[in-house]
Every structure is written in C-alpha cells, then in structure tokens.
Design a protein around this ligand. Sequence first.
Ligand SMILES: Cc1ncc(COP(=O)(O)O)c(C=O)c1O
Length: 415
Amino acid sequence: MTYETVAEVDPAVADALEGERRRQNETLSMIASENHVSEAVMEAQSSELTNNYAEGYPGERYYAGCEHADEVEELAIERAKELWGAEHVNVQPHSGSQANMSVYLATLEPGDKILSLDLTHGGHLSHGHPANFAGKTYEVEQYEVDEETGYIDYEGLAEKAEEFEPDIVVSGYSAYPREVEWERVQDIAESVDAYHLADIAHITGLVAAGVHESPVGVADFVTGSTHKTIRAGRGGIVMCDEEHADDIDAAVFPGAQGGPAMHNIAGKAVGFGEALSPEFEAYAEQTVANAKALAEQLQDHGFSLVSGGTDNHLLLVDLRPSHPDTPGKDVESALESAGIVLNANTVPGETRSAFNPSGVRIGTPGVTTRGFTESTCREVADLIARVVDDPHDEETVSAVAARVDELTDEYGLYE
Ligand SMILES: Cc1ncc(COP(=O)(O)O)c(C=O)c1O
C-alpha cells in the first residue's frame, strides 16, 4: 500500500503515515493488544464504504443505497458465526469498549451492579473503572487474582458475588496470561441470578482457532475486539443466543452508536475470512507456543512472571523480585530505544503507581504474524534481558537495536 495520493494532497499526513509504516516494519510490536493486519484488510478498510450511511441492519436500513453494505455486513456476520459458533453476532461495535457498553445497555439500568476484575489485577477500564462510563453509570464491585498464584481467585469471586448480588458478572481480561474457567464464572453468576459477560477482546483469535476454550454457549454474552489476536482491523463484536439478539441489536444501534463504520465492517469480513483458513489455526497455535518459549527463556534469565507462565498470547513480568529498582516505564522506554515495543503494566499487589507500574506486559501476536517461532522468541527474551539488566547503558541498547534491525529485515512486514 502506498500513500502517493495522500502525499500529493497532504504531505504532512503522508509523512506521518510513511513514518508509521517504517516504525512498524523496523520495530518488534510486542504490545499484547496489537497485531498487523493484511494488505487485503487495509484495502477493504479504505474502500468507498467509508462514505456510506447504513443505520440499521442488513435488509432493514434507515437509508437508501445500502445493497453493498448489506452484502458486506452479511458476509462479516456469517463468517463470525462460523468462527465462534454463536447463534447471533453483531459486527457493528466501533470498538471492544462499545461492545461492552452495548451489553450493559441491553441488560442493566443506571445504578445496577457490575462485578468485575480489578484493573490493576488485569481487568479493563470498560468493566467499571470510575473514569469510564461504566463506572460512572453503574455500581461496581471488583474481584481479584490470588496474589500468591496469579490465578483468578474464583472462591473470592463467589464470595463477592454472594455479598454484592451483582446484576452482571464480567470475565475476560486485559492482562491475564491464563485460561479462564468460563463455566465456573457462569455457575457463580447463575447462583446469584446475574448475567455473565465474557469479554474475550484479547483472545478472540485464540478462541476462534480453538486454542483457548470458548465461552460462546456458556456465558450469556461474549464481546471481543477484532484487531488483537484476530487480524480483522480495529473494531468490536458482540455475540449472544437468539433470545438476546433483539436487545443486543437495539443496544448497539441506536443505543450506543449511530451509523456503522461500514468500511471497518468490510475489514472485519476480510479478516474473518482469512481466519477461517487452516493457516490461521497454525498462526494461533504458534502465537501461544511463542509466548510460552518467551516466558521460559525470561524465567531462565531470572525474571518473575505473574502466575509463573502463560497459556495464551501474553505474559506479565513482575520486575520487583529480579529488578527492584527498575520500574516498568524505564524498561518500556529502554526497550523502545532498542526497537522492542511493549508496555509497562500494573501487576497484582502493585506497589508503584498506575502510570509507572512494577511490571511489563509482553505479547506475541505481532511477532508471530512476522513469522517468528519459538527460537526467535527465545532470542528476543535474551535481548530483553540484556536491556532490562542495564537499561541506561547506551552501548547495550545500541547493540540490541542492531540485532533487532537484522531480525526485522529478515522477517519483513509491509512493502
Ligand atoms: C478485556 C478488554 N476489553 C475491552 C477492550 C477494549 O477494546 P477497544 O480498545 O477496542 O475499545 C480491551 C482493550 O485492550 C480489553 O483488553
């Protein structure tokens, strides 16, 4: 994809776009929520559908001129149903957060109660943080992971549910490296007569490929992002049984949104089509194998991982035991200078601040898209360890950056 036309019309924006392509090509994106979509997905996202107003749903639009929008949305829906096995899918949410908002709008009244995982333990803002609309609109109580094991404290969750009597229990997380026991959460939700929302934003692709157990058919509602472990471009999705279909559709539009971003829905359709291929299953398996290899090698270097490892595409390093004087932001910034891009993250029992926390989160979806395997990921762990051991040493950072250059040349991304 080139930006020749943008360059003619608007050189400043073209420069920034070219710069971003270069940045993605020349660095390793190890931000667990990021990935690299195909040229086909990007082409679909930049189609004329960006001009189209398609309020409503296929066959029932509020505007004329929607026959091709209908085709694209129907394709996205059918492919999503095949990928996740849901009875009903809404592909219109602009983001994972708006998918969650739609579930709340469909099930709760202002002042109703949400029980969700604490943000510093791996939860997400849209699960009821005070700064988010969910926290401002509903009463929120939070459960935690067991700080000793790093696993969800399901017993604590059951106790909180009994005491708090939530209207909805939220599972599915932003920084949780382990399989989630969906049925256990469902049983807890049912025991207090609450709905269960499983937010698989991070693991949408792993679930589609059968690499992580699926909450579809277990939880009442399943939401996801379409740009993390599945490479379908930025957006969200909601899945549910037929009995909740009308409520969810009304909550997405007109409840939470106006017209759908049809160009992004075209991107979703293409990305979902790609994910139905056997290659995608292999990709998802490799993503997890890579995360496990990275985890083991980091542990060999003396790093402490929350929960002692990973079952999915991400790992959470608690820097305190191995590098007590090195906060997450220092690691994030030194590694970025070396071309390895990840994010500082809070860890359970956080003792620093949310802005400069004690951990880093590392993900393998992006590097796996580039073609990395276990051996490359072990080498990346070695490079990370070198920088974290000496984050302010320019020679070390330059030496690691030089090796990252070689790796990004060998495992190319965009033309
Ligand atoms: C668990 C979870 N839910 C929802 C979201 C929100 O997704 P979006 O950024 O598309 O709003 C995220 C984003 O990282 C997430 O981790």
